[in-house]
Design a protein around this ligand. Structure first.
Ligand SMILES: *[C@@H]1O[C@H](CO)[C@@H](O)[C@H](O)[C@H]1NC(C)=O
Ligand SMILES: *[C@@H]1O[C@H](CO)[C@@H](O)[C@H](O)[C@H]1NC(C)=O
Ligand SMILES: *[C@@H]1O[C@H](CO)[C@@H](O)[C@H](O)[C@H]1NC(C)=O
Ligand SMILES: *[C@@H]1O[C@H](CO)[C@@H](O)[C@H](O)[C@H]1NC(C)=O
Ligand SMILES: *[C@@H]1O[C@H](CO)[C@@H](O)[C@H](O)[C@H]1NC(C)=O
Length: 387
C-alpha cells in the first residue's frame, strides 16, 4: 500500500456509513484520494488527438470541420472539440497548442506532438504524395526531447518569453497522454495484407509503442494516460471500403474489430509489464474501445441516430466515398460535401473521426475510472497503483 487514505470524517457521519467507508477503503486496491495537480499536458498521437499539428505542417481540412464549436477549421478532425480538449478543460488548462504551429502558439501549459495520420511504426508512404504523416511516434518523441532544452533557453530570456513555455518543474508534474495505433492497423488493412497478416504485426507495433513510452519516461515523464484503439470496424471508412466484410449484430465489421481487440489486449499486457520496468511511473491504460463501441450498440440511449453514417460526406450507404470527402472538392465538380443538419445527433463526423457530441460522451465515461486499468479516475492518475 503506497497511499494512505486521507479521509476526514464529518461529525454528523453515522456509525454505519463510517463502517462502509472503512470497509471500502480497506478492500479497494487504490488508496489515493487526493486529486492530482497537472500544470501541463504533453500529448502524442494521431488524428484522434491532433489539435492542428498536421494542419500546421500542411494545410487544415476545409469547412465544415470545426463548425460546431470553433466556427472555423482549426485542424481538428471533428465538427468541434476532441477528447484531448475535454481533458485539458477538466484541469482548467487551455487547449493545447500544436508543437508544429509556429504562429501564435503558447506552450505554457503543454504541447501537442500528435498529427493526423501518424503511425507508431515508420510509415512506408508519407504525405503529401503518400498517405501517412511523416511525424510518426518516434519523430514525435524526438521533437519532445528537443523541446525541453529549448524551453529553458526561452525561459531564461525572461519577460513575455517565459510566459510562453512551461516552467521547469512542469515536465515531471505534467500528464502525458497518448492516442495512437489506429493508423498502423488501417495501413495494414489498406495495404496488400490479409487480416491475419495485419493481426500478426501487432506485437511489433506494440513493442515500438512501449519503446517510445520508455524514451519519454527517461526524459522525465511520470504520469501516463494511454488510450487503446477504438472499434475501427464500425467506421464508414472500413464499411464502405470492404463492403463484403462479415458484420456483427450492430453492422460493424467483425474481423476488423477483432484485430483492434487484439491490439488492445497486447497493449494492456505490455503496460502491465511496463509498470514493473518503470518504477516511478503512474501508468494508466484507458479503454476507449468499450465506450465508443457502446455508442454503436445503443445509439438511442445517447441521443444518436444513423450510427454508421458519416454526418459530413458525399453519399453512399455510409455517406462516405473517396471521390469527395468531407470538406474536400468532389472530383469533377466544384461542390464540397457539407455536414448533416444536426451533427450533435451523430456519432461519426467524416467517416473516420467522431463528432464533438460523441467525443464528449466518451470523455465523460473514461474520466470516471470505469474504463481504466488501474480503475482510477482521470483526476487521480498521478498516483501509482499498488498492485
Ligand atoms: C461563423 O463564421 C461565419 C463565417 O466566417 C460568420 O458569418 C458567422 O457570423 C460566425 N458565427 C459565429 C457564431 O461566430
Ligand atoms: C500564455 O498562456 C498563459 C496561460 O494561459 C498566459 O498566462 C500567458 O500570458 C500567455 N502568454 C502570452 C504571451 O500570451
Ligand atoms: C498483392 O499480393 C499478391 C500475393 O502476395 C500478389 O500476387 C499481388 O501482385 C500483390 N498486389 C499488389 C498490388 O502489390
Ligand atoms: C490475432 O492473433 C491472436 C493471437 O494469435 C489470435 O488469438 C486472434 O484470434 C487473432 N485475431 C484475428 C482477427 O486474426
Ligand atoms: C476533476 O477535477 C476537476 C477540476 O478540479 C473537476 O472540475 C471535475 O469535476 C473532477 N472530475 C471528477 C470526475 O471528479
Amino acid at each position: 500500500m503506497r497511499f494512505m487514505a486521507q479521509i476526514k470524517f464529518p461529525c454528523h457521519m453515522s456509525l454505519a456509513s463510517l463502517v462502509i467507508v472503512i470497509l471500502f477503503t480497506t478492500t479497494s486496491p487504490i488508496f489515493a484520494t487526493k486529486d492530482c495537480y497537472f500544470p501541463a499536458i504533453f500529448n502524442f498521437g494521431a488524428s484522434n488527438s491532433d489539435t492542428g499539428g498536421l494542419a500546421s505542417a500542411f494545410e487544415a481540412p476545409g469547412f465544415p470541420y470545426g463548425e460546431t464549436y470553433f466556427n472555423r477549421s482549426t485542424g481538428r478532425y471533428s465538427d468541434g472539440r476532441i477528447i484531448l480538449d475535454f481533458i485539458a478543460q477538466n484541469f482548467g488548462l487551455p487547449y493545447l497548442s500544436p508543437y508544429l504551429n509556429s504562429l501564435g502558439s503558447n506552450f505554457s501549459h503543454g504541447a501537442n506532438f500528435a498529427t493526423v495520420a501518424s503511425t507508431i511504426r515508420m510509415p512506408t508512404s508519407i504525405l503529401p504524395q503518400g498517405k501517412f504523416s511523416p511525424f510518426f511516434l518516434t519523430v514525435q518523441s524526438i521533437q519532445f526531447k528537443d523541446f525541453i532544452p529549448k524551453t529553458k533557453l526561452i525561459r531564461d530570456q525572461g519577460g513575455v518569453f517565459s510566459t510562453l513555455v512551461p516552467k521547469e518543474d512542469y515536465f515531471s508534474k505534467a500528464l502525458y497522454t497518448f492516442d495512437i495505433g489506429q493508423n498502423d492497423l488501417t495501413a495494414g488493412f489498406f495495404g496488400n495484407t490479409s487480416i491475419p497478416q495485419v493481426n500478426a504485426t501487432i506485437p511489433d507495433i506494440v513493442g515500438k509503442f512501449i519503446e517510445n513510452i520508455k524514451n519519454i519516461y527517461n526524459l522525465g515523464a511520470r504520469s501516463f494516460w494511454i488510450h487503446n484503439t477504438g472499434p475501427i470496424g464500425c467506421l464508414p471508412l472500413i464499411l464502405a471500403s470492404f463492403p463484403s466484410s462479415i458484420k456483427d449484430g450492430y453492422g460493424c465489421a467483425l474481423k476488423y474489430n477483432e484485430v483492434c481487440q487484439y491490439f488492445n489486449l497486447k497493449l494492456k499486457e505490455a503496460l502491465t509489464q511496463l509498470r514493473n520496468d518503470l518504477p516511478l511511473a503512474a501508468i494508466t491504460y484507458v479503454d476507449v474501445y468499450s465506450p465508443k463501441y457502446s455508442l454503436f450498440q445503443n445509439p438511442k440511449k445517447y441521443g444518436f441516430e444513423l450510427p454508421l453514417m458519416a454526418c459530413c460526406g458525399n453519399g453512399g450507404k455510409y455517406n462516405f466515398n473517396s471521390r469527395g470527402r468531407c470538406g474536400e472538392v468532389i472530383t469533377g465538380t466544384k461542390k464540397v460535401p457539407g455536414s448533416c443538419l444536426n451533427p450533435s445527433s451523430r456519432i461519426i463526423w467524416d467517416g473516420v473521426h467522431y463528432t464533438e457530441a460523441a467525443n464528449k460522451i466518451v470523455f465523460d465515461q473514461i474520466s470516471t475510472g470505469a474504463f481504466t486499468d488501474p480503475p482510477i479516475p482521470l483526476n487521480m492518475t498521478c498516483h501509482k497503483n499498488s498492485t
